[in-house]
Design a binder for this molecule. Structure first.
Ligand SMILES: Nc1nc2c(ncn2[C@@H]2O[C@H](COP(=O)(O)OP(=O)(O)OP(=O)(O)O)[C@@H](O)[C@H]2O)c(=O)[nH]1
Ligand SMILES: [Mg+2]
Length: 420
């Protein structure tokens, strides 16, 4: 089942959102998922080494442009006989980036079989060629995509001894390569003049035979490569998933433990506050604090004033004890949205408690009645969740959950592509 272009893009995006480094592998998987029937054969090599002409001889027709200068600058494709032939620009560091992108595409994305072309007259391989061959060999081990080494333009060398010398030098540089010696011009001459011996001597028929063998292995190689890439990407996603899940579980546990510690600690502080208030609350006889000052004794120290001062001090103590608990747990200020222009009022204590109390009943109502205590626990708990650390912890958890959702999406996308 073929996937629509949009589906293909979405699949890639879902996976790449999590594994950006897999861009190349995803592109390759999409090409494999196209189920191209014929093997794709591409040429690789430096410019002017005879790549285009080699393909023409192998195909038996002059499809690709040949010239004695840098000629091929874009990918050209031709389907003929049992293959899809791709002609690519030569690789050279000093040329336009676009040309190299084309050769890269041919060498890495589109190809099933690579013909590595090197002109005999150039002698040894240069550093660029050697490095590339090494990478290609490693890729062959991994993906089973084959590279055939073609030493071309052998007719340009003076004699067989010279050819042997070049071959020996290259073997030293690249020992385990199957070397194919060819001459495109001898082949052309042989074909045009009907000279079988010349055709045989050109090395083209032998290379065609090697290519046929390589092509026979392509269906299997493609299955292998698909499985390999799917497997690797899936493993990477699953391992990320496990890591992320563990991280989130740990954060969740931390979140819960912190909350428990805050709540338990607050209850203990409130118990202590209640105990400490008892001597102030337990009065025998009439509560002097309730006796209002008259106009005459407004500026005198009355029993009522003294009692109310006691109550305020007890209240302050209670507030200080609670505030210490808040500070210990990182509740040090109001959330931004609740801040006012009056700094001294911008505290959680003021927000929850109000400013002051005067009477014993206020103390009882706030600190001793079950509803009062429950309200304190609830209000302070809310401010606890609004504190910087808690907000950041909650954000980390939300980020983790979003990442896990992304990983799920990536896995689903990958399986969609695998089934297509
Ligand atoms: N004598 C001889 N000349 C060859 C042979 N193969 C290619 N040439 C010549 O080498 C030159 C370059 O050949 P191309 O096939 O255009 O080389 P290319 O590698 O495709 O070059 P770019 O497209 O520029 O990367 C041309 O003049 C070809 O005629 C060969 O086997 N023998
Ligand atoms: Mg060319």
């Amino acid at each position: 089942m073929e996937m629509a272009v949009n589906d293909v893009e979405r699949t890639a995006n879902d996976v790449l959102a999590v594994l950006p480094a897999r861009a190349h592998d995803m592109a390759r998987l999409h090409i494999l998922a196209r189920h191209e029937a014929k093997p794709t054969v591409t040429v690789i090599g430096k410019y002017n080494h005879g790549k285009s002409r080699l393909l023409n001889e192998l195909m038996g027709s002059d499809i690709f442009a040949v010239a004695d200068r840098r000629e091929t600058v874009a990918l050209a494709e031709h389907v003929q006989q049992e293959a899809r032939w791709l002609d690519a620009p030569g690789l050279d560091a000093d040329v336009a980036q676009a040309d190299d992108d084309h050769s890269h595409r041919a060498t890495w994305l589109e190809t099933d079989i690579r013909l590595f072309v090197h002109a005999a007259k150039e002698g040894e391989l240069d550093a660029v060629e050697r490095d590339l061959l090494q990478v290609l060999r490693a890729d062959q081990k991994r993906t089973l995509r084959q590279t055939l080494f073609v030493l071309t333009q052998v007719d340009q060398l003076s004699d067989d001894a010279h050819v042997d010398k070049v071959v020996a030098a290259i073997r030293v540089q690249s020992t385990d390569l199957a070397l194919h010696l060819v001459s495109a011009s001898r082949h052309r001459q042989g074909v045009e003049q009907g000279k079988q011996l010349l055709i045989q001597k050109s090395g083209i028929p032998a290379l065609q035979e090697a290519l046929r063998k390589a092509m026979a292995g392509v269906p299997w190689a493609r299955v292998h490569e698909s499985n390999l890439l799917f497997g690797e990407i899936q493993d990477e996603l699953l391992s990320l998933q496990v890591t992320e899940e563990l991280r989130n579980e740990a954060l969740c546990a931390l979140q819960e433990r912190q909350r428990l510690e805050f709540d338990d600690g607050l209850l203990a502080v409130l118990d202590k506050v209640q105990d400490d208030l008892q001597p102030v609350l337990d009065v025998s006889g009439p509560d002097q604090a309730l006796v209002p000052d008259s106009f005459e004794n407004m500026f005198k120290l009355t029993a009522g004033k003294r009692e109310r001062a006691h109550i305020q001090i007890a209240y302050s103590r209670a507030c200080i004890a609670i505030n210490a608990h808040l500070v210990r747990h990182g509740v040090v200020g109001l959330p931004q949205a609740q801040q006012t222009s009056v700094r001294s009022l911008d505290t959680v204590m003021v927000a929850v408690m109000g400013v002051s109390v005067k009477y014993r009943d206020d103390l009882r109502r706030i600190f001793c009645d079950p509803e009062g205590r429950a309200r304190l626990a609830q209000d302070f708990g809310r401010y606890f969740e609004w504190s910087e650390d808690r907000v950041s912890l909650a954000r980390q958890l939300a980020d983790g959950a979003a990442r896990l959702a992304d990983i799920d999406k990536a896995l689903a996308a990958l399986h969609r592509l695998e089934r297509s």
